[in-house]
Every structure is written in structure tokens, then in C-alpha cells.
Design a protein around this ligand. Sequence first.
Ligand code: E4P
Length: 221
Amino acid sequence: MKIFLDTAVLDEIRTAASWGILDGVTTNPTLAAKAGRAFQENILAISEIIGERATVSAETVSLEAEAMVREAKLVTSWAPNVIAKIPCTPEGIKAVWQCTKAGIPTNVTLVFNATQGLLAMKAGATYVSPFVGRLDDTGQNGMEVVEQLAQIKRIYGFTTEVLAASIRHPLHVIEAALAGADIATMPFSVLMQIVKHPLTDAGLERFLKDWQTISPELRPF
Ligand code: E4P
């Protein structure tokens, strides 16, 4: 499963990129507002940090297909690894289909059930993003949509990648992997949670203490 960071904060992206495990970044207007920089400048900076094998999703904000396509063309012209993020509305699906025909990669966002996701796949989206945490917040099982979309993709051979979004905690990451998600996008805080374990810290402390009991001339470092 690919790992994306759901953030527009450059330091967070730099840290994850330096570990060599970062496959991409998703942003949205809320995250862009928090970054506090010019949108294009920030997307370009992210694009450069993550390198050409990873992608960064930049969201369109118009509500009509024609304008969405215009914005999608613009953001994807900034760098080859920029993906146009388009909301799953009737106009959005229409825009995605136009983008597919024009060779513009898209990430269909704000997907809350498998039928919306199916339409995104049929329109030729590069990624489809079911929002797990926001569904869980309403008392529905968000991961079920990820599972259903992964299954639909398998049955019909769609090339769209299922991107589990709105990930809130480590269990979501494990469940997304087991559900067959191609990608999970997570906040930096969740990435830090999945890399750490208290038993790793305790074990390391003990090893370092015991190492010091070996006399210095018997140690290579
Ligand atoms: C995905 O692309 C979205 O930016 C994101 O995952 C939304 O997450 P949230 O529900 O935590 O805001």
C-alpha cells in the first residue's frame, strides 16, 4: 500500500520524504489555508520535495465542470506530478471525464459511498478518495466503502487507485491495508504514531544501557 501524507506543511513532508517511504501528498483547501503561503508556490515546493515518482493532489474550487477543467489544467501544468483533485458532484464527474479525455490526472474527492466511487472509476479518475473518518463520525463504517471499492476495482479491472482518505488513527491504516486500499493518506501525527511503539523505546533504552557495560576497548563504537 502506498503512503501519502495529508498535509500542506513542508517540514512534515520533508521529514517523511527523508525516510524514503513517502509516495505522495494530498492537500485540500482547508490544509492549504493552514499552510499560509501562496497556493501555487506551496504546491510547487511540495512537488519538488517529493520528487517525480510521487504525486501531490491540488484541489479545484469551482462548482461547474468547465471551470473545474480549467482549474485542473492549470494546477497540473505547474509540475508533472500534480494531480487535480475534483469533488464528487455531477459537475465534478463530468469534469473528470473531460480531464480523462485530455490526459489530465484526477483525484475524485469527498466520496462517501461505493456508488459515487464507481462513477469516479468509470469517468477514468486516477484516484478515488473515500473519506473514512468523516463517515465513522456519522456512525457509519467508513472502511466498508474502501473495501467495496477495492472489490469493485478487482472485479471490473478498473485502473483507478483506491485512496483511503480521512484517516484518523493507526487502526485505520491497518484496516485500509487489509481492505485492499492502493493508498492511505494520513496526517503527519498518524505517520508518527505508526512508526513508534513504547516497547521499541523501552527496548532501545535497555540495549543502550547494557552496551555501556561493555568496556570501551571491546566496542567498535
Ligand atoms: C483527503 O484527500 C482529504 O484531504 C482528507 O483526508 C480529509 O481528512 P479529514 O476528514 O481529516 O479532514
